[in-house]
Design a protein around this ligand. Structure first.
Ligand SMILES: Cc1ncc(COP(=O)(O)O)c(C=O)c1O
Length: 470
């Protein structure tokens, strides 16, 4: 039974009792939001979560369908969700959380957004999968091409992983070369060639690489250091005319949140041009999150190719890759490079993407996200410093993160200086107070349009409380 009533929301947490009242902006469109948020720390009950997760461990490897969800790096058991709405998640024990994971990025317009839902229900009546062309594919393609500087033609698929492994094939097919440069700590999905120094997922589990990946698959993957253009120049010099392309997260979210130097991105553009290689921004995380035109518009550096996912699916499974027409026309059936998908361009997924991008087109959407996220991260950093902790961090629009170490953090190596034990205690403390953060130091946090000033203020208040206990 949920501890959620019509007049207030009670959440049982911990061993003490604390009451926090904050007026939450009421929105007719978000029926789960209440005027008053009351957090009662009488007992942070997780009995149902524990029972369900215990059963899941017999049924699913590690009890989950994607590793970071298992809370391995922060300790304790994962929370099992029952439902989500707006900026909130509700678990199977009746606890309510302000959610800064947002399904790992897609929930930028708030969970179960009414506008997205209404369009989905309408589409549902017309069928969930066609396996044939539909006009919705054109609509979303035009929206992407219109917004993203590098994209003149796009192919939709079903996940970020699929987008990245396909774009790699495009880079190789277009250049006739095999080697690629990636960066330490950047994640591009779980395809074999990318599972080299691949950031959060593998780092969270302490796996430098994954067994089962043949040497042949990674032998052509060369790793450089993020924000270090000299390390890229060196690889180009040592592999003359052999590099098909360079792929990177234009803002890193899979080693924690790391911002690129603009000169680094510009340097990559120059190096790729000088060496006949293609530049690919993996915008699966940053796409439509840091800017309407993705990170490439934000930084003013245009790659040849772009991968997308998360936001573009508005909560349904979508990936996409796109780029210059002359490059993309190599993809079958326009050209000889094979890539396909039974559910690619699925009408439901296209619908969710279209409505999500429509909502994000509202004037000031990104500026508002930036303002709120800045308040949030500055509040958390101040809470850390006021309580004597070394902390550094920041945000770009709706993407943020911080480390428990002195900054600046410019690369994965810098990120490893963060105090992971402290992060684990921080994570648990916030969870017990109704704030759901990514269960790994090596993940970025996400805000959405529906996080209210009151949600942010509440989170900062809890951050102060937790920082004092670390
Ligand atoms: C930058 C980046 N690329 C690719 C992926 C893989 O996407 P998916 O999990 O949809 O396969 C992710 C997932 O988090 C990502 O952050």
């Amino acid at each position: 039974m949920f501890a959620v009533s019509t007049s207030n929301v009670s959440t049982q947490f911990g061993t003490q009792t604390k009451k926090i009242s904050s007026s939450v902006r009421s929105r007719k469109s978000c029926h789960q939001q209440k005027k008053i948020v009351t957090i009662t720390k009488a007992a942070f009950k997780t009995d149902n979560s524990q029972r369900i997760f215990k059963e899941a461990q017999d049924l699913l490897p590690g009890g989950v369908n994607s590793p970071v969800r298992a809370f391995k790096s922060v300790g304790g058991q994962p929370i099992v969700f029952d439902r989500v709405k707006g900026p909130y998640a509700f678990d199977v024990d009746g606890n309510k959380y302000v959610d800064y994971v947002g399904s790992w990025g897609p929930a930028i317009c708030g969970h179960a957004n009414d506008q997205v839902n209404a369009a989905l229900i309408k589409q549902l009546e017309k069928g969930t999968s066609f396996g044939a062309p539909c006009e919705l594919e054109n609509t979303l393609a035009k929206m992407v091409i219109d917004r993203v500087p590098s994209v003149e033609m796009v192919r939709f698929c079903n996940s970020g992983t699929e987008a990245c492994l396909s774009v790699l094939r495009v880079m190789r097919a277009h250049t006739g070369r095999e080697k690629i440069i990636k960066f330490e700590g950047c994640y591009h999905g779980h395809a074999d060639p990318f599972l080299v120094q691949a950031g959060s997922g593998v780092m969270t589990l302490g796996l430098p690489d994954s067994p089962g990946v043949p040497k042949g698959a990674t032998g052509t993957t060369l790793c450089a250091s993020y924000n270090d253009i000299e390390s890229v120049k060196k690889i180009f010099a040592e592999n003359k005319d052999e590099i098909a392309g360079v792929i990177l997260e234009p803002v890193v979210g899979n080693s924690g949140f790391i911002v690129p130097d603009k000169s680094f991105l510009e340097g990559l553009r120059t190096e790729c041009d000088a060496n006949g290689a293609l530049l690919c921004f993996d915008e699966v995380m940053t796409g439509f999150r840091v800017d309407k035109g993705c990170a490439q518009a934000y930084f003013g550096v245009t790659p040849d190719l772009t991968t997308m996912g998360k936001v573009i699916g508005g909560g349904l499974p979508v990936g996409a890759y796109g780029g210059k027409r002359e490059i993309m026309e190599i993809v079958a059936p326009a050209g000889p490079m094979y890539q396909a998908g039974t559910l690619s361009g699925n009408p439901l997924a296209m619908t969710a993407g279209i409505e999500t991008l429509n909502i994000l087109s509202q004037p000031g959407a990104y500026e508002e996200m930036d303002r709120k996220t800045k308040t949030l991260i500055e509040g958390i950093l101040k809470a850390g410093k006021d309580n004597g902790h070394a902390v550094c961090g920041g945000n770009i629009r709706g993407m943020f993160g911080f480390f428990f170490c002195e900054g600046p953090v410019k690369s994965f190596q810098d990120a490893t200086k963060s105090d992971l034990d402290k992060f684990g205690r921080w994570h648990r403390g916030m969870l017990e107070r109704g704030v759901y953060l990514a269960p790994s130091q090596y993940e970025a946090g996400f805000t959405g349009m529906q996080h209210s000033d009151e949600d942010i203020a509440y989170t900062i208040k809890m951050a102060n409380e937790v920082m004092a206990t670390l």
